[in-house]
Design a protein around this ligand. Structure first.
Ligand code: SF4
Length: 278
C-alpha cells in the first residue's frame, strides 16, 4: 500500500506498471478493506482511511510495516493503478480536498488495478520470443485493455472486468504453452494444486505449470523453477532460498515479497530481491 512496495526494476516495458506512491492519493490505504490477522494489525473497512495514512498520503510507518504487524501492506501491488486513477481518471483532484470524488474514486480503483495487472502480464508476454505466434493477438489485447484504462470514471465503473480477464487469460495460457514447450523433457502440471507446506526442496519444476497453485509455506529450497508458469501462485511464506526462477513467467514483485528467499535465489528478469530476504 502507500509507499510500501519494494519496486521492481522491470526492463521490458513494465516500468509504467509499477506503483508510484508519490503520485497517488493513498488509494490502496483507503479504498480497500483489511481484517485483523497475521497480515494486518487491525480491521479496516473499505472506504475508511488507514490510521497510519498521513496528510500527504504517505504511510507513517513505511519503514516499520513488518515490525508493526502490517506485512500485508508489503505484498500488495497496484501495478501503477493508483497513480493512473489519481492523476488521469480524476486529473489530480484528491478525495480529501474534493470529498465528492471519494466514492467514485474508490470504486474505480479495484477495476483499474485489475486492468493494470492484465497489462503487466500482456507486456511480459510480448517480450517472450517463443510467444511470437500470438504476439499480434497480444498486441491487440494490450491496446484494448490500455484503452479501457483511459476511460472516464463512469466508463471504468461499467467495464466487465471478468470478461476482459477471460479473454486475456486465454492468450496468456497460449503464451505459457508456447514458452514452456521450448523446455526439454516432461513438464509437471500442478495447475491450481494445493501444495501448502509441501516439501519440494530441490524439486525439478522446470517448465512446470503452476498456475494458481497454493504454495503457502512450501519448502522450495533449491528448487528448479526455470521457465515455470507462476501466474497467480500463492507464495506466502514459501521458502525460495537457493531456488532458480530464471525465465519463470508471469511472476510479480508482490509474489516475491510474500515469500522467503536469500542471496542465492535466482530471480526472473526485471524483479528485485525483497529487502527482508536474508
Ligand atoms: S499501514 Fe496503512 S497507511 Fe501504511 S501502507 Fe498499510 S494501509 Fe497504507
Amino acid at each position: 500500500m502507500s509507499q510500501k512496495q519494494e519496486a521492481p526494476s522491470a526492463g521490458d516495458g513494465r516500468l509504467d506498471l509499477q506503483a508510484d506512491c508519490g503520485s497517488c492519493f493513498g488509494l490502496c490505504c483507503v479504498a480497500l478493506p483489511f481484517a485483523a490477522s497475521a497480515d494486518f494489525a487491525v480491521d479496516k473497512p473499505a472506504g475508511k482511511p488507514c490510521g497510519n495514512l498521513q496528510a500527504d498520503f504517505s504511510c507513517g510507518i513505511h519503514a516499520r510495516l513488518r515490525d508493526k504487524g502490517f506485512s500485508g501492506c508489503t505484498v500488495f501491488d497496484c501495478f501503477g493503478a493508483g497513480q493512473k486513477v489519481s492523476q488521469i481518471t480524476f486529473g489530480g483532484t484528491d478525495w480529501r480536498s474534493a470529498p465528492d470524488t471519494a466514492r467514485p474514486m474508490f470504486d474505480v480503483f479495484p477495476v483499474m488495478r485489475q486492468l493494470h495487472e492484465l497489462l503487466w502480464y500482456l507486456t511480459e508476454a510480448l517480450s517472450l520470443p517463443p510467444a511470437r505466434p500470438v504476439h499480434k493477438d497480444l498486441r491487440r489485447a494490450l491496446k484494448e485493455t490500455d484503452r479501457l484504462t483511459r476511460g472516464s470514471a463512469e466508463e471504468l465503473a461499467q467495464v466487465d472486468v471478468a470478461a476482459v480477464r477471460q479473454e486475456v487469460n486465454a492468450l496468456l495460457l497460449r503464451t505459457s504453452e508456447l514458452v514452456r514447450a521450448a523446455v526439454p523433457g516432461r513438464k509437471k502440471n500442478h495447475r491450481g494444486a494445493d501444495l501448502m507446506g509441501a516439501r519440494l526442496a530441490g524439486a525439478n519444476l522446470r517448465g512446470a505449470n503452476l498456475r494458481g497453485a497454493y504454495l503457502i509455506a512450501a519448502d522450495l529450497t533449491g528448487a528448479d523453477l526455470r521457465t515455470a508458469d507462476l501466474i497467480g501462485v500463492d507464495f506466502r511464506d514459501a521458502n525460495l532460498s537457493g531456488a532458480d526462477l530464471t525465465g519463470a513467467i508471469f511472476v510479480t514483485q508482490a509474489q516475491l515479497n510474500a515469500a522467503k528467499g536469500d542471496a542465492a535465489t535466482k530471480l526472473p528478469t526485471g524483479l528485485s530481491r525483497p529487502a527482508h530476504w536474508k
